[in-house]
Design a protein. Structure first.
Length: 720
């Protein structure tokens, strides 16, 4: 209970913010959705009806960290300007303060045919015919922390997760829980022990069979369960899907929906979109997708869209598999320094690196030799780059290579790097897990050059070790999954019901569970990424899920603040003048082709001493879009144990030397979102720059960049 005095204080506090600093607090996003105050995570119940986009979301009404999970609620007519509404479904406790029910993630539908029977009379027509409401139905996971017996006699176990429904007959303003909840009490019998990990129902109407379809997750089993129903109350299990592709951590927040391929109405593919945590493309939270077909009961993935982790690409050359565990690194042609001198590969089971994907042999190169205290380097023999990709397995703690601190007393890297011409050109750290994952480097830009690998471990902190195995050279990457966003801050993506197939719209949580509860924001914590429109597009003979910000975001654009064409941009940095306040929130578009340089990009939120900056660009040799936030501002919330906040994040984007490349960059007060022109390479990243970091620059590395076009629109606040 909250005392009357406390309530008055909170009202006065809220009134003060409304008058003096409403939505202008430090780091408050200006065109991304945030709650007025308190904690937010997954988007829930996205549904469009009667001209309104409803956004429900995981919400803690009592503080700025996770807890007391409820459904917050907001609506919009354009996905840009949002109106806050009262809490839709609020956490329930008993008289002793024991939490009985929290409302976890789910979806919402509009039951236009009243299949549920939840409609009520709302009046009569001029001819005396009774007019009924159109129910909105929320389908969510009831999380029961405390064992108890419900009023309807259902016995609840502590920690149980079940699927429940609630309905609204006033367009989502007020809600009534169904008296027969939960509608799916437990997972299927063969998964009975997973009753605490059964969640996140996504429900939609499947017209060919005139049934409701639910996709729910057995999070730890990496399995999606597909149910059907006539009335949203009674559900029948139809099939299951998984595990496939990236199968780490927990599978959460699935969606299933159709899209046309290349806009062709005669070619439809179905898309499964799901969150993975931990085990994302960086580490911590991530999102993957899988394409296939759906017949109303079963999802069948396209054979070309699932990947056997035990198979390497045809024509691959194995550079090193570390199976010779009786040999030293020196006997294998490698060299070692520090604590690793004279040692060699270890038995994987001894160092507890996990073979969950079925591709690991006996041996593995590891720096976990005396616990986490071992320090030194392990260096490969030199080799000539003859194939386009280098792929390898990696696991361990997240301590990335930082060129600004490498070799200094501040160096804390635990990394596996590729060195060419004395420079680190690619580097990978661990993923905060002992589960080996495949990672790929595009090295086509260095074809014919001499190179070597180096493992560097200069850290004795917690989880400060690395495992590397199965280094292969190939002409195609060793895929593990299809990543939806290659940045660290995009998770729990949910798509809208109520829109046609051409307007499939998604919203993701712009945060990462590895540090989400510590980011330096107040009185709110967390934002949503900009809503995005999805499509399927054939690129390089493969169908890919692509995305672009919703077109309505342009309603916030100012007229052009800066526009320039540069025939040949010289090497170095070139300042451009973007007036305040839009140097802190803008849409910046660059188009360019390769000249003699090796990288081109944009530096945002830089200060005069170059101690703060966010760097965004394209690496012509590595053929990737990148975002570097090592110096992006406040990182005092990072405890410097394994934490994916600092880093250099890449999205592979193969191009030819004559290609014109487009990057669309959306900068807000505490985030950047980067989209290539087709929307296949997307990186979402939070940043926390200080106010004096306001400079904007172009840069070209190693030579010129040609045919550079730059245009900048300011973005007005959606909250004013």
């Amino acid at each position: 209970m909250v005392s009357l005095t406390t309530c008055v204080f909170l009202v006065l506090l809220g009134f003060g913010r409304l008058v003096h600093s409403y939505y202008t607090e430090e780091y408050r996003p200006q065109f991304h959705f945030t709650p007025e105050q308190n904690w937010m995570n997954d988007p829930n119940g996205l549904v469009y009806y009667n001209g309104q986009y409803h956004l429900f979301y995981q919400y803690n009404p009592n503080g700025t960290t996770w807890g007391f999970m409820s459904w917050g609620h907001a609506v919009s007519t354009d996905l840009v300007h949002w109106k806050h509404l009262p809490i839709a479904l609020e956490c329930e406790s008993d008289s002793n303060g024991n939490v009985l029910q929290m409302f976890f993630s789910g979806s919402a539908v509009v039951d236009v045919n009243n299949t549920s029977g939840f409609a009520v009379p709302v009046g009569k027509s001029r001819y005396g015919k009774v007019i009924y409401s159109t129910p909105m139905v929320a389908i969510y996971t009831s999380n029961y922390p405390t064992a108890h017996t419900q009023s309807n006699g259902v016995v609840i176990r502590a920690g149980q997760q079940s699927q429940s429904i609630a309905f609204s007959n006033d367009n989502g303003l007020t809600w009534t829980q169904y008296e027969g909840n939960p509608v799916i009490e437990s997972p299927p019998a063969q998964y009975a022990d997973q009753y605490q990990q059964f969640r996140d129902p996504f429900v939609f109407w499947y017209a060919p069979s005139s049934k409701w379809i639910m996709v729910a997750s057995l999070a730890m089993e990496h399995i999606l369960l597909i149910y059907s129903s006539d009335d949203l109350k009674n559900w029948t299990l139809q099939s299951q899907f998984g595990p496939e592709n990236a199968r780490f951590g927990q599978w959460e927040c699935p969606s299933l929906f159709p899209l046309y391929v290349d806009g062709n109405k005669n070619t439809v593919k179905w898309v499964i979109l799901m969150g993975i945590n931990p085990g994302g493309v960086i580490t911590g939270s991530g999102t993957q997708y899988i394409l296939g077909s759906f017949n109303g009961t079963t999802f069948v993935p396209d054979p070309s869209d699932v990947y056997d982790p035990s198979q390497i690409p045809a024509g691959s050359t194995v550079f090193q598999d570390f199976e010779s565990i009786s040999s030293s690194f020196e006997e294998l042609g490698w060299s070692a320094t520090g604590d690793f001198s004279g040692l060699g590969p270890q038995n994987a089971s001894t160092v507890q690196v996990w073979d969950i994907m079925g591709y690991l042999g006996t041996g593995v190169m590891t720096t976990y030799l005396f616990g986490d205290i071992a320090k030194g380097t392990i260096t490969s023999p030199t080799f000539t780059i003859t194939k386009q990709y280098i792929s390898f397995l990696i696991a361990g703690g997240y301590y990335p290579y930082n060129p600004a601190t490498a070799g200094t007393p501040d160096d804390n890297q635990v990394s596996f790097s590729l060195v060419i011409g004395g420079q680190v050109v690619h580097s990978q750290t661990g993923t905060d897990t002992e589960d080996l994952v495949w990672r790929n480097w595009n090295v086509a830009g260095w074809m014919g050059q001499e190179a070597y690998f180096i493992v560097t471990d200069v850290n004795t902190g917690p989880f400060a070790h690395l495992h590397v195995d199965e280094i292969i050279f190939s002409d195609s990457p060793k895929d593990e999954g299809n990543w939806f966003d290659f940045g660290p801050d995009y998770y729990a993506a949910a798509t809208y019901n109520g829109l046609d197939i051409n307007h499939r719209t998604v919203i993701g949580w712009m945060n990462n569970w590895a540090y989400a509860q510590n980011i330096p924001t107040s009185p709110w914590r967390s934002a949503m990424a900009v809503p995005r429109t999805l499509a399927l597009k054939t690129i390089h003979n493969k169908v890919r899920l692509v995305q672009q910000p919703v077109s309505s975001l342009s309603s916030l654009y100012t007229s052009k603040l800066y526009s320039k064409q540069i025939q040949s941009l010289r090497a170095g940095e070139t300042a451009i003048n973007v007036p305040a306040p839009y140097n802190a929130r803008m849409k910046l578009t660059v188009q360019f082709t390769r000249g003699s340089g090796t990288q081109f990009g944009v530096i945002l939120r830089a200060n005069t001493t170059d101690t703060q900056e966010t760097v965004i660009g394209y690496d012509f040799l590595g053929q990737n879009v990148f975002v570097d936030r090592f110096k992006s501002g406040d990182n005092s919330f990072v405890d410097w144990q394994p934490n994916p906040y600092p880093g250099h994040f890449i999205a592979t984007l193969p191009t030819k030397s004559t290609d014109c490349i487009t990057l669309n960059i959306f900068l807000d007060w505490s985030s950047v979102e980067v989209f290539d022109g087709q929307g296949q390479a997307v990186i979402t990243s939070q940043i926390f720059p200080l106010d004096d970091s306001a400079q904007v620059k172009l840069f070209s590395v190693g030579g010129t960049t040609n045919l550079v076009t730059v245009s900048v629109n300011g973005i007005k606040s959606s909250w004013t």
